[in-house]
Design a protein around this ligand. Structure first.
Ligand SMILES: [Zn+2]
Length: 78
């Protein structure tokens, strides 16, 4: 079912967490956290609210930094 909010929906929490991390790797339009939608029952990313604690964990921070560096390199090669 298409959500009335028009946002992208994610079926599982692990999927939406992955999307949240990816939005930070790509810098632009980074979402802060996610929520379970009352309209469609799926998870959505949002730029409102508190930064999700997942993004403050050392593993995730290290991953974001590493993948940003990789992207910067790829950008230079293009
Ligand atoms: Zn929804």
């Amino acid at each position: 079912m298409r959500c009335p909010t028009g946002k992208n929906g994610y079926y599982s929490e692990s999927e939406v967490q992955e999307a949240l991390i990816r939005s930070h790797i790509r810098f632009v339009q980074a979402a802060k956290t996610y929520y379970k939608c009352h309209d469609c029952g799926e998870y959505h990313l949002t730029k409102q609210g508190e930064l999700h604690p997942l993004l403050s964990t050392p593993e995730v921070k290290a991953r974001i930094k590493r993948e940003q560096q990789e992207q910067a390199w790829l950008g230079k090669l293009r």
